[in-house]
Each structure stands twice: as structure tokens, then as C-alpha cells.
Design a protein around this ligand. Structure first.
Ligand code: AMP
Ligand code: MN
Ligand code: MN
Length: 331
């Protein structure tokens, strides 16, 4: 049996499924969870989505978003299956990991190269732009009707993980999937308006503060910006408001590696987002610091201040760039 059929058969044989995704969940995680919830409910299977934290406001328009629960809601359902979406490891589920029902099968559907294959059934499509694209394949392979609700959720998953079809993970299949989703009822203009043209003025002020920290090094090949907890206090914003801030240093001409350092005030840690134009492998870099991700986009969390995180990571990136330069010279 194909993986697509095996997974759908397992889901439709369950009574009540727990759907979840990684900590600080993003458009791909939320879109995939909601799409799969609509698909399973259409087949008469009950689903509950539980994430580590609340979802960012820009995704609240998604059909079914009001049904998404947080771990702190303390739901006590009797689950007989878990489906984890877009999470490279069990650790990335954060608090949800400790609340997983015992002795229940886990289906792991993801697209990160660093995926640890932690499920009883694993579908890790490295070539897929997003987990949303994999869920689209699941629907196609099983002849599941794509309603406008499902189409909206999957289109959102795809555009957010491909940076609106700009990143190198965008393939012809990604475009074909998106075209089919539009045919099934997803509205590109409305979805983009909700996600990209609804920035609050205080978030724009936060951008201004973050951009003022811009530092370039290694002859302009590395660009980094910082977001300190104090900036959130000044502007009345939250950590989630900065999910695409790494695009600012990334957009500079000549920048090979862009880094975003975000202070997590509650636990004295710094979250680092890493982006590359392709010469340096960000997954390998992030894994050196206990994180992971993809070749061109990855992340990790450093124990300590932003300044400490700079000191840990910048010399390693500089060295990797230098080694790469030597290798290219020799070829
Ligand atoms: P971010 O910088 O948080 O947007 O993450 C960039 C990419 O790397 C996203 O696809 C994340 O899902 C992935 N990623 C970030 N942190 C980790 C981690 N600790 N383990 C695995 N993948 C990660
Ligand atoms: Mn994600
Ligand atoms: Mn993803």
C-alpha cells in the first residue's frame, strides 16, 4: 500500500485524532492542521487540534481557526491517534510532547531534512515546499474532495512556507497544487490581504527598532538584526509579530547569510533564525547548536542573551563562508 493510502486508511479508521504541530506554530503548521481536520471530519472522524501556544493573529481568519486549542486549555479527550504536522522532532512539539496519549500511534507528516522519523508512520517529503503541499498530495491520492475551506488552509500553508512562491523550495508541482487550490475555492487576493496587508502600525514601529540594529560583516556577506524584549515593551508587540523579520536582512544585495536574533525574555534564551542564499547549509549550522531545519532556512535556540548568541554563531558562520570560498577557489 502506498504511504498516502496507508495514512488515510489509518486516519479514517480512528475515532478521535489529536492533530498538532511545532512550537511557535506558523502558517504551514496551522494550514496543514486545519486542512487535515476538515478532511477527516468530512470522513466522519473527530479531530482536536492542540498546539503548544495560541496561533498568531494573522491566521485567525482561517476556516476552523477558532477551534484550535492550546495545551493550557487542559482538554481531556480520548484520542486513539496522533498526527504531528510540520514538526522535525518530538521535542519541537514542546509541552504537547509530554501530554501525548500513551500507547497511541503517531503519524509524522513533515518536510524538514532534519526530521528524526519519530512516528510509527513517517511521511517526510524533503522535496515538498511545505507540509501543506504534502497534505494536498494526500487529498489527491485518496480522491478526497477539496472544499473551499480546505483549499484556503492549504493555499495559506504553501504561500507562507514558500515566501509567496519566492524561495527555492517552490517547484512546478507547488504551482500546480496552488492552481488547483484556487480552482477549488482559495482566494489568493483575500488570503494575501489577511496575511500580508494587515500589519499593525506598532509592528511597523518594531521593524524600525529592529532595523536600527542591522549589522553587516564578512564583507557584507552576513547580515543580522536583533529584537530585544525591551523593543516589544516599547511598541506593545509580541514575539509572534516578528516571524518574517529575517526577510529584512535577507533582502540586502550580496548577503549570503541572514540572521535574526530574538530575545525570549521569560527564559533568558535567544531564538536564532538562519537564512542562506544556498552556499552554506543552514540545517548543518543550526544542528551544531541543537536546532535544525532546511538547507536554506533553519533555526535554533541559544541559552543566553542576544550578545552571547552573536558570539556563539557569527564566528562559525564566518568560518563556514571562508571554507566555502576556499573550496570554490580550488574547484
Ligand atoms: P524559523 O527561523 O523559526 O522560521 O525556522 C526556519 C525553518 O527551520 C522552519 O522551516 C522551521 O520549521 C525550521 N526549524 C527551526 N528551528 C528548528 C529546530 N529546532 N529543529 C528543526 N527545524 C527547525
Ligand atoms: Mn513550520
Ligand atoms: Mn513547513
Amino acid at each position: 500500500m502506498s504511504i498516502e493510502n496507508e495514512i488515510w486508511k489509518t486516519i479514517t479508521s480512528a475515532r478521535c485524532v489529536l492533530l498538532t504541530s511545532h512550537e511557535r506554530v506558523d502558517g504551514d503548521g496551522i494550514g496543514s492542521e486545519l486542512a487535515l481536520m476538515h478532511m477527516a471530519r468530512g470522513a466522519g472522524v473527530e479531530c482536536v487540534i492542540i498546539n503548544d501556544e495560541a496561533i498568531p493573529v494573522e491566521y485567525e481568519f482561517l476556516p476552523g481557526a477558532e477551534k484550535i486549542c492550546k495545551i493550557s486549555d487542559g482538554r481531556q479527550d480520548e484520542f486513539d491517534l496522533v498526527v504531528s504536522l510540520d514538526s522535525a522532532s518530538l521535542e519541537r512539539l514542546r509541552k504537547v510532547k509530554d501530554r501525548l496519549p500513551k500507547g497511541v500511534k503517531i503519524i509524522n507528516i513533515d518536510h524538514h531534512i532534519s526530521n528524526t522519523q519519530y512516528g510509527d508512520i513517517n511521511w517526510v517529503g524533503h522535496e515538498a515546499s511545505s507540509t501543506g503541499e504534502i497534505i494536498f498530495n494526500l487529498a489527491q491520492a485518496n480522491g478526497i474532495a477539496i472544499t473551499p475551506e480546505i483549499a484556503t488552509c492549504l493555499y495559506t500553508a504553501i504561500i507562507t512556507d514558500t515566501g509567496r512562491f519566492c524561495y527555492s523550495n517552490t517547484s512546478s508541482h507547488t504551482h500546480l497544487a496552488a492552481a488547483e487550490l484556487v480552482r477549488c475555492g482559495a482566494s489568493p487576493s483575500e488570503i494575501s490581504r489577511q496575511i500580508y496587508r494587515a500589519e499593525r502600525s506598532n509592528v511597523l514601529r518594531l521593524r524600525q527598532l529592529a532595523l536600527a540594529t542591522l549589522e553587516l560583516s564578512a564583507d557584507g556577506q552576513i547580515a543580522c538584526i536583533d529584537v530585544a524584549a525591551e523593543m516589544h515593551r516599547q511598541t506593545g508587540t509580541k514575539y509572534q509579530d516578528t516571524h518574517d523579520f529575517v526577510d529584512m536582512p535577507k533582502s540586502i544585495k550580496g548577503v549570503e547569510v541572514a540572521l535574526l536574533f530574538r530575545e525570549i525574555a521569560e527564559d533568558g534564551k535567544t531564538r536564532v533564525s538562519m537564512r542562506s542564499e544556498g552556499r552554506i547549509d543552514m540545517n548543518t549550522l543550526a544542528q551544531k547548536f541543537g536546532g535544525g531545519g532546511h538547507k536554506r532556512a533553519a533555526g535554533c535556540t541559544i541559552d543566553g542573551s542576544i550578545e552571547h548568541a552573536h558570539k556563539c554563531i557569527l564566528p562559525v558562520v564566518e568560518k563556514l563562508l571562508e571554507t566555502q570560498r576556499q573550496n570554490e577557489k580550488e574547484q
